[in-house]
Design a protein around this ligand. Structure first.
Ligand code: 13P
Ligand code: SF4
Length: 301
């Protein structure tokens, strides 16, 4: 009898599909994916792939971004209920109202936003390139940065620019507390501490580095250190350990689990390929406007 994995691989070929997974996906999902990456890389992969179908193992805004960039491809999500609570913290009406109070401001939108919100954004960013994106807006008198207040704080400190932020945050990353870092460092005194920029500022202040998931992978590979405390969603630890078996990784908090990222299972991946659903497609009018903001980001090297 064929294993689940074999069935997925066969169907993937038959459908001319590619399976992409975010770094927070469950280990078994990461293992069957063609690409595992952070939000920025997943966008680039979606824009470039020759596959007809993209099976997106991640959360809804990521699949939407793939569909915006590749409207001729069929983008399917194994679980369409995998949303991002942070992305849901701002609506297009909220953003319009904020813009009306700062009519001259340039608007930077984290990719963790809906396609509709992106229609009101000038340029998107991810946690990999947020500081670069803000620094590129040299002529802007004011900058609105939505929706993550902690990423805004991090970028503001890094670039020296005042940012008009929104009261959004990631419910998973706020679970990581300064005392978790203090305890982890006491237990692993030689470890380097890497925090995700979505963490609370007090956590970032205690870390050696604040990096996106993709940049964390790069940093760890190059680093001479042998041990690392990882202050982000626990799924990244699996990838880091697999890619660097000679090094040791400790999650700063076992509570940092994104339930939405964990909705995708191997069974659901198989069913999504069998039934070719659930498709994520962005209406053309929204897609064209949202694409401008994503393209502006992708144009930054
Ligand atoms: P990365 O871009 O670092 O992968 O982060 C995405 C995300 O949703 C973090 O919570
Ligand atoms: Fe959204 Fe946080 Fe989950 Fe990332 S970890 S997808 S920001 S809820």
């Amino acid at each position: 009898m064929q294993s689940l994995n074999e069935k997925i691989q066969k169907l993937k070929k038959d459908r001319h599909a590619v399976i992409v997974a975010h770094n927070y996906q469950m280990p078994e999902v990461q293992d069957i994916a063609d690409y595992r990456a952070d939000s920025l890389e997943l966008s680039r992969i979606a824009a470039k792939t020759d596959a007809k179908v993209i099976v997106f193992c991640g959360v809804h805004f990521m699949a939407e971004t793939a569909s915006i960039l590749s409207p001729d491809k069929t983008v399917i999500m194994p679980d369409k209920n995998a949303g991002c609570p942070m992305a849901n913290m701002i609506t297009v009406e909220d953003l319009r109202e904020l813009k009306s109070r700062h009519p001259k401001a340039a608007v930077v939108g984290y990719v963790n936003t809906s396609a509709e919100v992106k229609t009101e954004v000038d340029i998107c960013c991810t946690s990999t390139n947020a500081a670069k994106v803000v620094s590129s807006l040299k002529d802007a008198e004011e900058i609105i940065f939505i929706p993550d207040k902690y990423l805004a704080d991090f970028v503001s400190k890094k670039t020296g620019r005042m940012l008009i932020s929104w009261d959004g945050y990631c419910p998973t990353h706020v679970k990581i507390l300064p005392e978790d870092i203090i305890r982890s460092v006491r237990l692993h005194p030689k470890a380097k501490v890497i925090a995700h920029p979505e963490c609370r500022p007090e956590v970032i202040a205690l870390a050696d580095e604040a990096l996106s998931t993709g940049k964390t992978c790069e940093y760890v590979k190059k680093s001479e250190a042998k041990e690392f405390v990882i202050a982000t969603e626990v799924g990244l630890v699996y990838r880091l350990q697999k890619d660097n078996p000679e090094k040791k990784f400790y999650p700063a908090s076992e509570l940092a689990v994104c339930p939405n990222m964990k909705r995708t299972t191997l069974e659901k991946v198989l069913w999504s390929l069998e039934e070719m659903k659930d498709e994520v497609r962005v209406p053309d009018e929204i897609r064209k406007k949202a694409k401008k903001a994503i393209d502006a980001m992708l144009a930054i090297p």
